[in-house]
Design a protein around this ligand. Structure first.
Ligand SMILES: Cc1cc2nc3c(=O)[nH]c(=O)nc-3n(C[C@H](O)[C@H](O)[C@H](O)COP(=O)(O)O)c2cc1C
Length: 474
């Protein structure tokens, strides 16, 4: 039996494109503080391992038609620092972009978050896929994948050196002798690479966890290598259990080849459950959410040129191999219409059937809109009761496909709470998820050791010896 790692990927206005439109949903980011706090309290009461906050370094009107949660949201380090003060046990993971972040500032804010939370902070390092981030950070263009990862590799090394600036016992704080700091235990960073140059040391004490657990989320071959060599958790995008198993195997093999214990790399899949009291109830929620998604045909004059969208009948036509442009999105998908569909098109009709209960031969056939939406929502969705969703999680774990899940919630707070209060107890009943927090830190929750300082050899003193007023030479 596998002990799963379960975290929640928090998107305050919901992770489904139309989640914010669902009745009762949170939709105004000016109220995010209360929503995040409530989510943290509910998640902690359910004993989730961590809350996870993604990031995106630009905004624009187009994002409304792609991923509305990206339009306006709280900076992730601010979010975890805020939540550190209103929670006691749950881990708190923030995303940062190594292409644009400044390593000294990031080491400082994350070490601070770890100290403020008593060792519950984690850091998701991404290299970013949004070209507009360049203009927001004084760069001429978004550099290529290889260069981004070359910098990410340096970034991770620098972060660890900065976090290790102070040995654990560097601050002596001996009131009797007046000695505050043992300078032999404060280390220069002195990193000078092709992309980064940092003198150090960091002006924050060593994090409670030594190094914050590092997550990496990405898809490219370089991303896989980076995760295998540098991350504790690899967050992967998968279409289902079989693909997850292949990717986990590949990542663990790469980790082993890199000379590390491959069991220390945990592979986590994002998943979007739709939880209902019955299967039909869950399908009706998924159905309503599908109907609320805006697609290109909903614009009176078509989508603005500048807004590339994969939510259109044109895109669907390419996928299914039949020209559907010009038809109404609300046109029923009948057996005669799908007769000429490609295998991928037929599969899409099946997926819509599983998610929404709508079948071409049923009383309520799906519409073209349902197909457009299913083709464009790339999260792995599981629609069903708490028992069904927990059984699916357990099956993924038992098959060795994942070490755990990052759970997305379509609607805040309703679906988030349906998961925490319904699915989590069911996972606990099945024995695949603990009922109590045992350790104190996020590393404890993830089963990760606390690392030694990278400064294994003494002698790289930062400051020259000074004679103290009390005559003690150090
Ligand atoms: C599950 C998952 C979550 C991700 N979350 C973020 C995020 O919050 N912010 C971000 O800038 N990029 C995020 N990414 C994007 C990756 O960092 C990456 O930049 C993108 O996938 C481009 O591919 P590559 O970096 O693998 O080459 C995520 C990727 C995956 C697979």
């Amino acid at each position: 039996m596998t002990r799963l790692i379960i975290g929640a990927m928090v998107r305050a206005i919901g992770a489904y494109p139309s989640g914010w439109r669902y009745p009762g949903a949170h939709r105004d980011p000016r109220g995010d503080a209360a929503v995040l706090r409530r989510a943290a309290e509910v998640a902690e009461a359910a004993r989730l391992d961590y809350l996870f906050f993604g990031d995106w370094l630009a905004t624009g009107h187009d994002l409304e038609f792609r991923d509305p949660y990206l339009v306006a949201r709280i900076d992730p380090i601010s979010a975890i620092t805020y939540l550190a003060g209103v929670t006691q046990r749950i881990g708190l993971i923030a995303t940062a972009n190594t292409t644009y972040a400044d390593p000294y500032s990031l080491a400082r804010s994350t070490a601070s978050a770890d100290l403020l939370s008593g060792g519950r902070a984690g850091l998701n390092l991404v290299t970013g896929a949004e070209p507009r981030a360049a203009g927001n950070h004084g760069r001429d263009f978004h550099v290529a994948n290889e260069t981004r990862y070359d910098r990410a590799v340096e970034f991770e090394l620098v972060l660890r050196r900065l976090w290790d600036s102070f040995d654990d016992d560097a601050i002596v704080a001996d009131a009797a002798s007046g000695v505050y700091l043992d300078p032999s235990r404060l280390h220069a960073t002195d990193f000078h690479g092709a992309h980064l140059s940092v003198t150090g040391p960091l002006n924050v004490a060593r994090p409670v966890q030594g190094h914050l657990p590092i997550v990496h989320a990405g898809t490219s071959p370089r991303s896989r290598l980076f995760a295998a060599q540098s991350a504790d958790l690899a967050l992967v995008a998968v279409s289902g259990m079989a693909q997850a198993a292949v990717i986990r195997e590949e990542l663990r093999a790469l980790a082993f080849e890199s000379g590390r214990d491959d069991r220390t790399l945990k592979v986590i899949a994002p998943v979007l459950p739709i939880v209902g009291e019955t299967r039909e109830h869950a399908q009706s929620i998924a159905d309503e959410l599908s109907e609320l998604v805006q697609i290109a045909e909903d614009w009176p004059d078509g989508p603005p040129e500048a807004f590339p969208t994969n939510r259109s009948l044109a895109q669907l036509s390419t996928l299914v191999g039949v020209d559907l442009t010009g038809l109404s999105p609300d046109r029923a998908v009948t057996p005669s219409l799908i007769a000429g569909f490609s295998a991928a098109g037929q599969e899409l009709v099946e997926i819509v059937g599983e998610r929404t209960g709508r079948r071409p031969l049923g009383e309520r056939p799906p519409t073209l809109r349902h197909l457009v939406v299913a083709a464009s929502v790339n999260a792995s969705m599981i629609v069903g009761t708490a028992e069904e969703i927990a059984a699916e999680f357990e099956a993924w774990g038992d098959a060795g496909a994942v070490d755990g899940f990052n759970v997305l919630s379509a609607v805040q707070p309703a679906q988030f709470e349906a998961f925490a209060l319904g699915v989590v107890p069911e996972l606990q009943r099945r024995g695949v998820f603990p009922t109590e927090y045992e350790g104190e830190t996020l590393r404890d929750h993830l089963g990760l050791e606390r690392p030694e300082s990278v400064h294994v050899t003494p002698g790289d003193l930062v400051f020259p010896s000074v004679s103290r007023r009390d005559g003690v030479s150090r």
